[in-house]
Write a protein that binds this ligand. Structure first.
Ligand code: ZN
Length: 142
């Protein structure tokens, strides 16, 4: 998968999961960004949401920046773009219950649900993980 197909596939994933999770009433923009555009340096994706407007921006880290952070991955999250998209979308459902007091259990619940959903979906559809292959033939970064 080259860079353009990778970006397109992430958009497809966003669209698919937004439908599947009944989040059609949200306007969600997905951006592939470099490390310096992320506010948290230990994560593959992050989400900013505006609950009243039902707007969200999901930022995912460009694969070129993965090797630098992989060794300290990841607050229990996986280096898996599809899981990350589902994870960030689930935050939109949980946004009304979001507190800063118990973020860990909140994150753990979202991690478990997103992993489980993608696992079942891959098993049912035999869809491989979305990865960017580099031109010299090295497969992705997963
Ligand atoms: Zn999260």
């Amino acid at each position: 998968m080259d860079e353009a197909s990778f970006a397109q596939e992430l958009q497809n994933q966003l669209k698919f999961w937004q439908e599947a999770l009944f989040l059609r009433d949200w306007t969600v923009e997905l951006r592939i960004v470099r490390q310096w555009d992320m506010s948290d340096t230990g994560t593959l994706a992050q989400c900013e949401w505006y609950l009243q407007r039902r707007d969200a921006i999901i930022k995912v880290l460009h694969p070129d920046d993965l090797p630098g952070i992989q060794h300290r991955f990841l607050n229990g999250e996986e280096c898996d773009y599809d899981v990350s998209i589902v994870h960030e979308l689930l935050h939109l459902h949980f946004a009304p219950f979001h507190t800063t007091e118990d973020e860990t259990s909140h994150e753990q619940a979202i991690n478990a649900i997103s992993r489980g959903m993608v696992k079942v979906w891959r098993a049912e559809t035999s869809t491989p993980a979305t990865v960017l292959e580099k031109p010299h033939g090295k497969h992705g970064y997963l």
